[in-house]
Design a binder for this molecule. Sequence first.
Ligand SMILES: [Zn+2]
Length: 143
Amino acid sequence: MAEVDVGKPLPAITSEAKPFWEAAAQNKLVMQRCRDCQAYVWTPRPACYECGSERLEWQELSGKGQVYSFTVIRQVVGRAASMAFEKEIPYVIAWIDLDEGPRMISNVVGCPVEDVKLGMTVSVVFEQQSPEVWLPKFKPLVS
Ligand SMILES: [Zn+2]
């Protein structure tokens, strides 16, 4: 396998989050869901934060959602300036409301930053960052 080095700090693959990263490497977005109260649990953890149940199971999501809020990063400072973030400005950090209900933070990619709008419909894409880490990001969904 070719060496992948994106020049950025990467998420640690903890035991709780391992199933998430394994699915992401297969371009599938999964999330824990509580078998007792049906709440989605994000980020991965040993117990439901709504009811405390440890009866969590992994479910595959549609990967579709809408932009709830976002910001455009036009300048990076400090330690980040020496990393690969600078090459990517301007870029978008957004809250994505997934169709199933949970909200996750990610990037909107695949369009000019000026085209990103509140309520915009988006779909997940996975960008490989290392042999193990594929980050879920979101691109405009053209219907
Ligand atoms: Zn619960």
